[in-house]
Ligand binder design. Structure first.
Ligand code: HSE
Length: 436
């Protein structure tokens, strides 16, 4: 479906800085954004800015205006329609645009690097989803940002929609991280989990590409380089090691993906492409390689394009962050959160929602009461009186009667439990949950 991104409104507020000039009229502050790239991530960001625009204004008192979009071919049809005057294929025109924040979602090193340095040298905010660029030059860009008073943000560069950068930089800022390991490439995880269910490597890769998970050059996913760049960025956050100086020992899915699946099964587990970095006595060591893990481990149960980041700390135990690691929606949502932070937004005030007066959602419940013999009849009678269907009888314990209810709301269940308690039947009820 073709959707239209509105043309920028005239600027109404100060060009830079989070503050509002004293005495200015109230109203959302306008932040001008130049976007490099209108592919999977850039296109989805435009859609988000349009759809979430009113909510962003309400919550953060901000209005983002996209003032320029750099693309390779302005004439190419797009899933999100962009006002034609915004599009340019001319890098110099893009760099000359007067704006507050620049989003770089084109990937690669050369043009992306030029955009990054140009933006930061002018003290502006750069938001990048480009893991290759950050792994190669992130530390240098960070210095430039600090020197010139700009900001460098890259939540979207690692693990898509999973906010791992912010967790390491802020939530765990003073926590002694010992190691990080996990699944950092959605494409290869998607391929492995599809192949385990019988898909061919070629078909699984094609689907990953069609769903916007793979890099423009999927070799980077398949040979482990994408995950290597990401683990170098995480090691930088956790240990301060310069990502460009960190050698990452790397092996990927290719050239024998079928053998990885078969060999992992023969070893009694399932194959995953795991990235890790460890701060050991000799320094920080990092690797990306295929591993065999048990099917019921957290790594083994990570499906499709999901990512999983496991952070081992000395004082806070083990943390696990999981979620969609690739794809336009999750990645653009991470870019948007960086945009809001880089714009110096006021803390979010969530739209007020009313509390539900009645929770009518239905669940199944495993219910037991004390007793045997007559207990079964008493449980059935109490359920009927409470308007609850007992779907299945469960195996009784030595002095317990058990049954599973049909779909039943919580208020109904609570009434049922009360009636059983009043009858002295000592009820216990567990909500039955499938999945996590
Ligand atoms: N190609 C990447 C992946 C995209 O599959 O994880 C997200 O960085």
């Amino acid at each position: 479906m073709i959707q239209t991104i509105p043309a920028p409104a005239p600027r109404t507020e100060p060009r830079t800085g989070p503050g509002r000039e004293p005495g200015r009229e109230a109203g959302p502050r306008t932040v001008r954004v130049a976007l490099a790239g209108c592919g999977t991530v850039g296109g989805e960001l435009l859609r988000l800015l349009r759809d979430r625009g009113p909510a962003i204004e309400r919550a953060h008192d901000l209005r983002f205006h996209v003032v320029r979009v750099l693309v390779r071919n302005p004439a190419r049809p797009r899933a999100v329609e962009v006002t034609p005057g915004l599009l340019t294929a001319d890098l110099d025109v893009f760099l000359a645009e007067d704006c507050d924040l620049v989003v770089e979602a084109i990937g690669g090193l050369e043009t992306a690097g030029r955009i990054a340095r140009h933006t930061l040298a002018r003290g502006r905010g750069l938001i990048s989803a480009n893991k290759a660029l950050l792994a190669a030059t992130g530390a240098e860009l960070d210095v430039l940002a600090r020197e010139r008073g700009g900001t460098l943000s890259y939540e979207a560069a690692v693990a898509g929609g999973v906010p791992v950068i912010r967790v390491l930089r802020e939530a765990l800022a003073q926590t002694d991280v010992r190691s990080i390991h996990g699944i950092l490439n959605g494409t290869t995880n998607f391929i492995l989990t599809r192949m385990e269910r019988g898909a061919s490597f070629a078909a699984a890769l094609e689907e990953a590409q069609a769903r916007g998970f793979a890099e423009a050059d999927p070799t980077l996913d398949l040979n482990g380089q994408d995950a290597a760049d990401k683990i170098a960025i995480l090691a930088w956050q956790a240990f301060g090691v310069l990502p460009a100086r960190l050698p990452v020992a790397r092996r990927g899915l290719v050239p024998h993906p079928d053998r990885l699946i078969a060999d992992a099964a023969a070893a009694g587990g399932t194959a995953r492409l795991v990235a890790e970095c460890v701060n050991g006595p000799e320094g920080v060591a990092a690797a990306v390689e295929p591993v065999v893990v048990s099917r019921d481990s957290a790594l083994g149960r990570t499906p499709a394009e999901e990512n999983l980041v496991i952070v081992e700390t000395g004082s806070s135990g083990t943390l696990r962050l999981a979620g969609p690691g690739a794809g336009g929606g999750p990645t653009a949502s991470a870019v948007l959160s960086d945009l809001i932070t880089a714009a110096g937004a006021a803390p979010a005030t969530r739209t007020r929602s009313a509390p539900a007066t009645v929770d009518r959602r239905a669940h199944r419940w495993a219910v037991s009461i004390a007793g045997n013999g007559t207990g079964k009849g008493r449980l059935a009678a109490a359920a009927a009186a409470a308007g609850i269907t007992l779907a299945d009888a469960l195996d009784p314990g030595p002095a317990t009667v058990r049954a599973l209810t049909g779909p039943t709301s919580r208020p109904l269940l609570h009434g049922f439990i009360r009636s059983l308690e009043q009858a002295g039947l000592e009820p216990v009820a567990l909500r039955v949950v499938s999945g996590d």
